[in-house]
Design a protein around this ligand. Structure first.
Ligand SMILES: [Zn+2]
Ligand SMILES: [Zn+2]
Length: 250
């Protein structure tokens, strides 16, 4: 493997009983990064410089706000805020220096590298997490090629959430070829179809349980069908409880 990363977390999440092993991996990594940026990274000057430049997105500020280290969050946000103020000021002077002309050309000149937009949208945690997930997804294909047990976990598994399912199918042609590609594709599609049929029945039974005639019948596996369906459709709509900031030991 060219860029070796530890494959244990990959195996662990694929062995877990959940609707999408890649969401499991994403969620666990996200929680780890959150703790890293709120804790250990404070000691590392490089990371501090980058955090001060980029800040976090709304999702990650929300999660960090729910962690217990409010002072740490305030300190890091204060430094980032000052950086934002500097850039707002620099952007304002650049705009003031421009001739007052309308049209696309004038707008481009006022913000040559889109710096004003960048201060509204950067997140160092998203960047790190996306890079880690890119590598894990690359590793899925490498391990699938080498390990029959991993192939079995996929073909007999519960499928993936729709975003991860479509991503795997989209990337497969650049990672696999020939019979490997066709086997991978059909294994993933078959597992997904089966999973969607199963979850459709579970969700239907959830709705039917509200009919008084079914009140005494058992829930079966349908009690949490709503959250599992939301996660199947849209990746981590309802978070894994154990990864929520309030539930992690810090
Ligand atoms: Zn997923
Ligand atoms: Zn983010």
């Amino acid at each position: 493997m060219k860029e070796h990363i530890d494959t244990i977390p990959l195996w662990e999440s694929f062995r877990e009983d959940c609707e999408c092993p890649l969401c499991r991996l994403h969620s666990r990594n996200e929680a780890n990064y959150r703790e890293y940026f709120m804790g250990a990274s404070v000691m590392e000057p490089d990371v501090r410089v980058e955090t001060n430049k980029k800040g976090f997105c709304a999702r990650h500020y929300n999660q960090m706000f729910r962690m217990s280290n409010r002072l740490g969050l305030a300190l890091s946000t204060h430094t980032y805020l000052k950086d934002v103020m500097d850039r707002v000021a620099a952007d304002a002077s650049a705009r003031a220096a421009q001739p007052r002309k309308g049209g696309l050309f004038a707008r481009k000149q006022a913000d040559p590298e889109g710096q004003a937009d960048a201060i509204a949208s950067t997140c160092i945690l998203c960047e790190r997490l996306n890079t880690a997930m890119d590598r894990y997804i690359e590793t899925v294909f490498v391990v699938w090629k080498k390990e029959s047990e991993f192939r079995r976990l996929i073909s007999q598994g519960k499928g993936f959430c729709i975003p991860h399912y479509t991503r795997l199918l989209r990337e497969a042609p650049s990672r696999l070829s020939g019979s490997d590609l066709s086997t991978f594709t059909s294994d993933v599609i078959n597992a997904e179809k089966k999973a969607l049929e199963r979850i459709e029945k579970e969700l239907e039974w959830f709705t039917l349980k509200f009919d008084y005639r079914n009140a005494d019948k058992p829930w079966g596996t349908s009690e949490d069908a709503v959250e599992r369906t939301l996660n199947k459709l849209r990746m981590l709509s309802v978070p894994f409880k154990e990864d929520e900031p309030e539930n992690r030991k810090q």
